[in-house]
Design a protein around this ligand. Structure first.
Ligand code: C5P
Length: 224
């Protein structure tokens, strides 16, 4: 009998993946890995150092000499970049606007996939991102592709931002989300795409709890 499984949750920006993945991981006692946070961390470093974001070689070399670490805590997952806590800093508008350019580089994706595979090795994990079911964990026992209408995703991000004191207008958020989805879907290496064996979950009409329950029910099926 399988006692622990790998769960891959992919989907476009602001679909609620990380909130729901965190709940699922908590209920199962699994490790939660937010791969978007890892791409955001290297983007923050490149911006801070003024490195040419369009250069596959330069960004790849930067990542080779970078330490990215994810640590669970009572207040959620903490992200460390070369030992510094960057959990808040990686959510800035500047990082959000640049991350899709950086994550399109092959040199970056190869290293990230390797690191993510190592983090998932031999344990129960819930990993969320864009290419988890297709590239990072192709043998995951449960793959979910989660989406919601772009209007609903922008509304959710707007409400979330409000709690954090960020006041980007709703129309701007919607445009940013749509632009990021387009870049992530059209890149050559490991684009945002539903894996053939992934289950599609439209969360437009679902609450966070309902979406988490759906995934937990699927996980129970795989575990039994
Ligand atoms: O999940 P989040 O919205 O924080 O991800 C930020 C960005 O990181 C995405 O828009 C995408 O460009 C990149 N990403 C990726 N592959 C992943 C996770 C995130 O390319 N597995």
């Amino acid at each position: 009998m399988t006692t622990q499984i790998q769960i891959a949750i992919d989907g476009p920006a602001a679909a609620g993946k990380s909130t729901i993945a965190k709940i699922v991981a908590g209920r199962l006692g699994y490790v939660y890995i937010d791969t978007g946070a890892m791409y955001r961390a290297i983007t923050l470093k490149a911006l801070n150092k003024g490195i040419d974001l369009s250069s596959n070689e330069k960004i790849g070399a930067l990542l080779e000499s970078t330490d990215i670490d994810l640590q669970p805590s009572d207040s959620g997952q903490l992200v460390f970049l070369d030992g510094d806590n960057v959990t808040e800093a990686i959510r800035s508008q500047a990082v959000t606007a640049a991350v899709s350019e950086i994550s399109a580089h092959e040199s970056v994706r190869m290293q990230m996939a390797e690191l993510q595979q190592r983090l998932a090795e031999g344990r129960g994990v819930v990993m969320d991102g864009r290419d988890i079911g297709t590239h990072v964990l192709p043998a995951a026992q449960l793959k979910v592709f989660m989406s919601a209408s772009v209007e609903e995703r922008a509304r959710r991000r707007f409400a979330e931002n409000g709690l954090r004191g960020i006041e980007t207008p709703l129309v701007e958020l919607q445009a940013e989300i749509a632009a990021r989805d387009k870049m992530d879907s059209e890149r050559k290496v490991a684009p945002l795409k539903q894996a053939e064996d992934a289950i599609y979950l439209d969360t437009t009409e679902l609450s966070i709890e309902q979406a988490a329950d759906e995934i937990l029910a699927l996980a129970e099926e795989r575990l039994s």
